[in-house]
Design a protein around this ligand. Structure first.
Ligand code: GH3
Ligand code: MG
Ligand code: MG
Ligand code: MG
Length: 399
């Protein structure tokens, strides 16, 4: 599947970002003490002299002897952003490289200084028009080169700060401030896109709606800061259980959503249980107290093109409702016939219909401990279509 790691830029395990998302994270050079310089010069004497000077001025230098090698370096991941190019070089000359840098590379800005023996004014104009930021005629004074590189460094640093500010704003707009998870709007956007992708590739998608049990008591007993800490720790646990291309968001106060692309029913229930057990085993220490938590999970498997993102959440919500009513600290999985009913009748209407929910409630089938050899103490139930009240052994043994 086409996916790239992305989650939270908080140093925790990554979660999922489809490659078509705009939420990519741009690398910046911030934190680099000395900028890296690519020096391309075919004259060995000049190259060695400049390399030595650049080192002496504190730059990290990659020196190459022709345009082809320079282009190879520039096309690599995270190339130096300060580039010194000789005009006349074998292979690809400096002018052509300037053009390639401006049109052929990614969104990195490279500051390009062109050096040449050509001294005519029209040569300088040609260099600048080809994409160079500055121009230096050989032979030149080394202090002049040093000054020009200082200007280049200033401009690149300014660019880094702008990129960082843009990334910070993007984080604020897309992440939940407390947990670092995707916020509700972003999660819904990602999930909708994922369902679209899954419909095209005929893949099933798992969705988990998670709610902490009796969380109000944590606040009431230990205070809201303790509650905040529990939310953060739980969010960390959720992320740690997931694969790199799953993604998790904070839906509301103590509610979380997890989308699991290309996920079979077995894996969906397994991961829901792993999450539940992981949080059940969590003890958060706060002010001398040891706070234990549990959570309830509503799980739903969305077949390709079967329902909208909001309908899927509505179905998971019904399953969660049943998990709460089944004693909490458990997972309820919505069985397919129920989903089919919802998608044909309109999930939201069905869920708002209290009688309908009551009718289904009678059909919750407990399968505690069934087929969960690797997850002792597992508590998974299945919600069934109202008229299908019996669960076959195969269905119970799916995990
Ligand atoms: P249930 O098992 O039925 O879900 O019970 P509950 O107590 O978890 O549910 P309820 O909806 O009664 O309470 C949720 C609580 O979550 C109430 C609210 O104060 C708290 N909460 C919501 N957002 C935050 C937050 O960001 N920080 C803290 N500390 N508490 C929050
Ligand atoms: Mg040359
Ligand atoms: Mg809640
Ligand atoms: Mg709750």
């Amino acid at each position: 599947m086409s996916a790239a790691c992305y989650a939270a830029s908080d140093g925790q395990k990554s979660s999922y970002e489809p490659d078509h998302m705009v939420y990519s994270h741009r690398r910046t050079r911030l934190g680099d003490a000395s900028p890296r310089v690519l020096l391309a010069e075919d004259d060995e004497v000049v190259r060695l002299l400049l390399e030595k000077c650049l080192h002496g001025w504190g730059y990290q230098v990659v020196a190459v002897k022709n345009g082809i090698e320079a282009w190879e370096i520039l096309r690599q991941d995270a190339p130096p952003e300060l580039v010194i190019l000789d005009w006349k070089m074998p292979g690809i000359d400096g002018i052509e490289l300037c053009g390639r840098v401006r049109h052929g590379l990614s969104d990195f800005y490279h500051y390009v200084l062109l050096i040449t023996g050509k001294s005519h004014k029209k040569n300088a104009a040609q260099a600048l028009e080809s994409g160079a930021d500055d121009f230096l005629t050989k032979p030149f004074d080394l202090s002049e080169l040093q000054s020009k590189l200082k200007v280049a460094t200033r401009i690149l640093s300014l660019q880094d700060r702008l990129i960082q500010a843009r990334e910070d704003l993007r984080d604020q707009a897309t992440k939940d401030g407390l947990t670092g998870l995707w916020n509700r709007v972003t999660f819904l956007d990602l999930f909708q896109r994922e369902l679209g992708r899954a419909a095209r590739s005929k893949a099933t998608t798992g969705l988990l709606l998670i709610d902490l049990d009796h969380f109000k008591q944590v606040n009431d007993t230990h205070g809201h800061l303790a509650g905040d800490l529990v939310l953060k720790r739980v969010a960390g646990r959720l992320k740690n259980v997931l694969r790199s291309y799953d993604f998790v968001g904070r839906f509301g106060g103590e509610e979380f959503l997890i989308a699991l692309p290309d996920t079979s029913r077995n894996h969906l229930c397994n991961i829901a249980e792993r999450i539940r057990l992981s949080v059940a085993n969590l003890a958060v220490h706060y002010g001398g107290a040891k706070i234990k938590s549990s959570l309830s999970v509503g799980a739903v498997e969305v077949m390709p093109g079967e329902m909208s993102s909001l309908d899927a959440i509505a179905v998971a919500d019904v399953a969660l409702y049943h998990a709460k009513n089944s004693g909490r600290n458990c997972t309820v999985y919505c069985q397919r016939p129920w989903q089919e009913l919802l998608s044909s009748e309109g999930a939201c209407r069905a869920i708002c219909n209290e009688c309908h929910v009551e009718l289904l409630k009678q059909c919750v089938v407990s399968a505690a401990g069934k087929g969960t050899e690797n997850l002792p103490g597992s508590r998974v139930s299945w919600l069934m279509y109202p008229y299908k009240t019996e669960v076959s052994y195969e269905e119970r043994a799916i995990i």
